[in-house]
Design a protein around this ligand. Sequence first.
Ligand code: F3S
Length: 399
Amino acid sequence: MYLTEEEKKMLEGNYGQGTQLAMKILVAIGEAYDAPKMVPVTRTHVALSNQEADLWFAEKLTAGEAVCRIRPTVNPSFNLEQFQAITDIDREDEEIVKRTHAAYTKLGAIMTYDCTPYLEKNVPRFGEIISFSESSATPFVNSVYGARSNRESAQSALCSAVTGVTPYYGFLLKENRAGQVLVHVEADMEDDFAYQMLGYFAPKKIGFSIPVFEGLTNPSKEALMNLGAQLNTGGNVALYHILGFTPEALTMEDAFQGKKPQYEVTITNNDLKNMREEISDKNGKIDFALYGCPHFTIDQVCTVAEMVKGKKLSVPLFIMTSSLTRSLSQKMGYADIIKTAGGEIVEDTCMDQPCWKFLYGKKGITDSPKCAYYTKRRDMQFIIAPLKESIYAALKGEY
Ligand code: F3S
């Protein structure tokens, strides 16, 4: 693999052991994928997970005095102060949150703790070469903006943040971004929830191929967030196209780069209904409602506030979002409305964090299959329902 003089210096340890380790890992990835060279990145996002292995790696880099050349935004951990007011936090968990914060801060990361940085803090332009991890982020930046990122792990994205480069392979090359399967969507895509189900179901029919969706009209940003997050959870799809809508698929010719689709599939209302029945827990009483996987936008927070205004929730309701959106919700009065109804907006938090231990063994409702998927290993059950229906359920205490 060709390396510039500067990259060779990093590999030889001239900038310290942390940078050397990061470059070694990138070279190994590059060689595994036959990348001819490294290319500079202009943005990075690291799916910090606040778990032991993640912390081990971040601390290894700081011990080797690595500092990020391209400062990454980072995924949620959990907000200690907020959760200490809601529940008891184990000492061990508190310790890991603090150490993770310290390690990433030392590395020079921008501590956004948000899984939708592509909406407001780390927004790439068309064709920009970047290194993004996080399952909702990579499909969004690739598909909706036409930026170029491989499906990075937290660690490979962090190595790119430290070195400022990434191996040149995969989705960074135009020819690897062509659509592979034409997906005719015959389902009524009447709300953002339908995109959750489409994203979760599509990989059952297309495997890990790049889909070109035909039949989707003007999806909202929330619909696009949902679609990508679920495609990359139900499957391993970090790039999709929507015919006539996303920038690399304005025409069929563009979408498939002049080739024919490998095959075509059709997705119907029935497919989405069956998928939902398969992954959702049985209807009935619920103990809580949980939203924000991916993090809620201000418009979604507004929907909840409008529905619970002047009412009392029968079960606790939690909304996960960025600190920026929470602060906006406070300014706009949504946070007070939700709090008075018995709900809570929590910032910087992911449902896959140990701060939710008080909900283990309980049954909740959510609008996100991804939320239900990850929490199974934490013994939480979820009914999956459209946002408005699920808020009615939280008001009533059952679905
Ligand atoms: Fe965000 Fe965590 Fe869900 S990072 S998308 S809340 S799994």
